[in-house]
Design a protein around this ligand. Sequence first.
Ligand SMILES: [Zn+2]
Length: 404
Amino acid sequence: MNTVNLDELKQLLAQTEPAKRKFAAAQFYRHRLGWLPHPLHGPNDKNVNAKARGKKPRRKGWKTWTANQVTDTLVAEWFADGAEDNVGIVVQAPHCIVDLDSKADNGESVRRWLGRQPHLAAVPRERTAGGAHLHFTCSDLPPITKNGEPYNSALVQELTANVTAEFFFGGQNLVVAPSLHVTGNTYEWEVGGSIPTVKWQELKQWFGFRLPDEAEPAQAHARRHPGRPRKEPPWWVRYRGDLRSVDLVAVVKILGLGAQVIDADQGKHSIECPWRSEHSNSEEPWRASDTSTTIFCKDDGMNFPAFKCLHAHCANRSLEHLLELAERHSPGVVDRNCKFERAWRPNQRSRDGRPRVPLPHIGRPDSVFAAEIGNVLGPKAVWFRKGPFVVMIRDEHEGESSRG
Ligand SMILES: [Zn+2]
């Protein structure tokens, strides 16, 4: 029930007279995918206001419909006679949909954005008037609430200046192919195949969604003790790796972007801007000689590398945004490309390979520290330097010299 067999659907629609295609598609959704189709006001329906045309559910009570209530007879009644109604589905968990939109350019920016997301290439999708619908199964979607109450609107997230992502989940209405949009465009399937099962964490990473009750960092800040502002942790704490050691050229290449050394001493490279679709000259292919987008990565272990794009849309974008994009594209990629770790973990070694032992602190008494140091030193060697003396460390027994 979880595969959109595009050949079958296309063949079915081709064999069906135009007036009955919505009925055929609705039946396909019910029987092949287990979805719940229902009728929506058509794009030219003057009985509803302009905004509702093509989208608004026609029947009351649709939110709570079950598969048993939506019968063949009912579906035939709704769609069989060439009605102008559009086809919607009542989304049922765990099915969920990401609606990507760039209305201003009829979906051009969405298609360019998708072109840079190879991990989304095989996700079944419909082409819509303003972009695309991507269909997922989310196995661990948390309850979506606002102030503790169920939240019934799609979650919205801006991906770029032109591209918006909306998240539709169980209990919501979604317009589906072959509905007709008010602009005259028909919703159409363009990628078929198996609907992937994904984790909520992945959807968050890829599209930046946030639950309504998950406050934005700035809001969370405002809600805490007034008069005692809490310092926000810096953006780089989300990485375990030490960003002073990140191989940014490798990360850029993993993103599928070009990179070319300009000045080896400075570690300066020209790269293809990941937000190039927003540049004014986005139609021209990228050339390595184009130095308007650069990264600086001097592998001296002293500073973070830097990202700079001179195009207007990218004025505020920095290393932080480049790495965030890379993480969305390939979770964990930043840490995997750091030579050294910033965050502590047991048995970690320092840059030159020596074992690291945390100093004593609250909850970590001197005795534990001393024992760990002993464990490290014990099996290694005999002679050490203590101030000006060469000493030997050994167990102390009563009756022996106490000099150690
Ligand atoms: Zn740029």
